[in-house]
Design a binder for this molecule. Structure first.
Ligand SMILES: CC(C)(COP(=O)(O)OP(=O)(O)OC[C@H]1O[C@@H](n2cnc3c(N)ncnc32)[C@H](O)[C@@H]1OP(=O)(O)O)[C@@H](O)C(=O)NCCC(=O)NCCS
Length: 191
């Protein structure tokens, strides 16, 4: 089973159906906190909804389309993270995350995302990680900014949340020197 030790207190494990009850309870307790930025809360009304979501992600993991992990802190479920979409053709992983309010402010998610970047590079063989954050979501934006991602632009009206449109800030991190090599090829007329 896929799992990673992040620190003495924090680990991530491939999300499994047996985590659904605890993950749903955490989601439900953080509904108000999360729904400011995340659009899917209304679709999660019971533990079986969370279980079905996890099962879908497991199928997608088996097909190489996603990698969804549950974040544990001191043995308790603290949130989730992962590649919501893996574009295998272009070698790009689209990363998302949330952490229950009580676990905010300790550097947990920054460390988890840093580790998932390592997984993307070393295990998934990706060439780029993409993170999209709502423009006003400073806590979320701080994570790619702390980890050296480049701000690549703004997608206007990317998502409808709570009846209003939100813009997305796109952050990207290149995992190898492909871009440099491609530029070099273009400059020399090679390829
Ligand atoms: C986005 C979210 C995961 C950020 O959580 P977070 O706790 O701010 O992020 P981290 O776990 O990386 O912790 C960073 C905080 O811990 C502090 N910190 C303490 N030790 C740290 C360390 N070793 N390394 C980095 N930060 C550390 C940082 O200063 C920062 O606190 P500050 O914002 O008060 O300065 C969380 O707010 C969340 O889930 N929000 C709702 C859902 C959401 O927006 N998801 C993202 C959608 S794109």
């Amino acid at each position: 089973m896929f799992s990673r030790t992040i620190s003495s207190d924090v680990s991530v494990r491939l999300s499994l159906p047996q985590y659904a009850d605890e993950l749903y309870a955490l989601t439900d307790a953080n509904r108000a906190f999360l729904s400011r930025w995340l659009p899917w809360l209304d679709g999660i009304r019971c533990a079986d909804d969370t279980r079905e979501f996890i099962q879908r992600q497991l199928h997608r993991f088996a097909d190489g389309e996603a990698l969804h992990v549950t974040v544990f802190c001191c043995g308790r479920v603290a949130g989730v993270a992962g590649f919501n979409r893996i574009d295998a053709v272009n070698g790009i992983g689209y990363l998302g995350y949330w952490l229950a309010e009580e676990f905010n402010g300790r550097g947990i998610m920054t460390a988890v995302v840093a580790d998932l970047v390592t997984v993307a590079r070393e295990s998934l063989g990706l060439q780029k990680v993409d993170i999209r954050c709502t423009t006003g979501n400073q806590r979320s934006r701080a994570i790619p900014e702390r980890l050296g991602f480049s701000h690549e632009g703004t997608i206007r009206r990317a998502e409808r949340v709570n009846g209003g449109w939100l813009d997305h800030e796109v952050y990207g991190l290149l995992l190898n020197d492909t871009e440099q090599a491609a530029d070099g090829d273009a400059a020399t007329g090679a390829g």
